[in-house]
Unconditional design. Structure first.
Ligand code: NAG
Ligand code: NAG
Ligand code: NAG
Length: 454
């Protein structure tokens, strides 16, 4: 069978070199390694996440089930405790003779994953050393080589571990002959934007621009707004007296500084990814290894005045996804069909020729192995096939008493914010706290909520 290299990148927008020209984005992203992988992958360009928050999104794509099934809508709940003893994606490979191993940030760490879900892995999950690098001293923090001497950035530690691990499975290595499922989770470009200072050189200050829409849409329902909670923690943001309320904006210099730092963080992660993919090549394992790469959700860098995810805007729920299937996608396959991260589990199982995963029944709490997604492998042969006419995301508000359910079709994004019962996981569609409708044909940046236009 084929090995699987499963890569997750935190808060990665579909704003990468190979996407250039598609949106009002930075015109010259420097992501040569992601671009090279994309050039030999099935590129899912209209891919959406189930919830724009790490824990719920990761729990969903790692179990192949939607947030109302995993019952995880926050970063504090563990699906095995609150929903069911589901077989995860790495665990499924493990159960089929693979050696599964993970490093960095794959599940949301801590109690919300029972400390990286030990049942998923054949060996102890690897966590890089953190030192002070996770603290919110500053949101924009270019570091010098000297500053990282005693303690490397976590993503460097994760890439180092991935390289060491690949060597164990290479010809002549101690695990030679065993298939691996290796999950490598990079933590940047998540806030705070901490990266080696030289990555700023890729983005000259004069080339950084302000977002064109630093405001919420017209007729925007208050309930839909997601406060930029993480940004507000940073020592370089607190003195600005910014509260993060809808239509409040940061000073322009700070917006430019943050956008530049986000781009530099993306290029830093791209560089670490390149080190891992180069090693895969050097060891001669590319042709026998499926590689998937995803962003766990999108991110706003000043658009709508937002700094984070935490909502249902397209910018928060649209995220990169690609799958490299050696022999089948070597020249790159671009698909604009609608897809969701919940589809990745059955897709990788399909690509690896493991026994297929069946669709979950409505109540799947007692079903160990099933999925609420669908394999995307048919798109390799027919990239514009309409596997799905609509895809779904959601975001809770008011301590989970309101749930924003959002549906994306090729043309529209439609969202309703009904009252929600978090015990029975049921919305009350008769009690709406807000409605949004954006017409992407006329308004790709979602600046006009036209829900009230008959
Ligand atoms: C969950 O399933 C695993 C096997 O997949 C089993 O070892 C474990 O005991 C189960 N846990 C519970 C609480 O049932
Ligand atoms: C925010 O600003 C936009 C553009 O000026 C305006 O259309 C909208 O009504 C404002 N919304 C709120 C909630 O202030
Ligand atoms: C922030 O508020 C404090 C206290 O009200 C004030 O002293 C300071 O000048 C304000 N800073 C800015 C940038 O407005």
């Amino acid at each position: 069978g084929k090995n699987v290299l499963f890569i997750t990148i935190d808060d990665l927008r579909p704003e990468l070199g190979f996407y250039t020209g598609e949106r009002s984005i930075h015109p010259d992203m420097h992501t040569p390694n992601i671009d090279a992988l994309a050039s030999r992958s099935l590129q899912l360009r209209n891919n959406y996440v189930q919830q724009a928050l790490c824990g719920p999104s990761r729990t969903s794509f790692l179990t192949g089930r939607r947030p109302d099934t995993t019952r995880v809508h926050s970063n504090s709940l563990y699906f095995r405790e609150v929903a069911g003893n589901f077989t995860t994606l790495p665990q499924y490979f493990k159960n089929h003779g693979y050696h599964s191993l993970g490093m960095g940030k794959v599940f949301h760490p801590g109690s919300s994953s029972g400390d990286d879900d030990p049942l998923s892995w054949s060996q102890e999950f690897y966590k890089p050393e953190f030192c002070s690098w996770l603290e919110y001293e500053q949101c924009v923090w270019p570091v010098t080589a000297k500053e990282t001497e005693d303690c490397p950035l976590p993503d460097v530690g994760t890439a180092d571990e991935a390289i060491r691990s690949l060597q164990r499975f290479a010809p002549g290595g101690e695990m030679d002959g065993t298939n691996f499922f290796m999950a490598v989770g990079f933590m940047k470009p998540h806030l705070p934007f901490i990266f080696p200072e030289e990555f700023l050189d890729l983005y000259p200050e004069e080339e950084i621009s302000l977002p064109t829409n630093p405001f919420v849409p017209s007729e925007y329902p208050e309930v839909a707004w997601g406060n930029p909670q993480l940004l507000l923690r940073c020592g370089d943001v607190t003195p600005l007296n910014f509260t993060g309320a809808a239509n409040e904006t940061l000073p322009e210099w700070k917006q430019l500084e943050l956008r530049r730092a986000y781009y530099a963080s993306v290029s830093f992660v791209d560089h670490q990814l390149g080190r891992v993919l180069d090693e895969l090549d050097r060891l001669g394992m590319r042709d026998n290894t499926l590689v998937s790469l995803l962003g766990d959700h999108g991110f706003k860098i000043g658009e709508h005045g937002g700094w984070g995810k935490f909502c249902n805007f397209d910018l928060s729920v649209h995220a990169p996804l690609m799958v490299s299937v050696p022999g089948d996608t070597d020249h790159g396959v671009i698909s604009n069909s609608l897809t969701e991260l919940v589809d990745l589990y059955p897709t990788l199982v399909d690509a690896a020729d493991l026994p297929p995963i069946t669709l979950c029944p409505e109540d799947s709490s007692d079903v160990d192995v099933c999925t609420e997604g669908a394999s995307l492998i048919p798109l390799v042969a027919d990239p514009e096939a309409e596997l799905k006419s609509k895809v779904f995301s959601q975001y809770p508000r008011e301590r989970d008493t309101v749930m924003g359910y959002s549906m994306r079709t090729r043309r529209y994004r439609y969202t309703e914010w009904p009252s929600f019962d978090a015990v029975t996981m049921t919305p009350d569609w008769n009690e709406l706290h807000g409605v949004e409708l954006y017409d992407h044909e006329n308004d790709p940046d979602e600046n006009q909520n036209v829900w009230n236009d008959s």
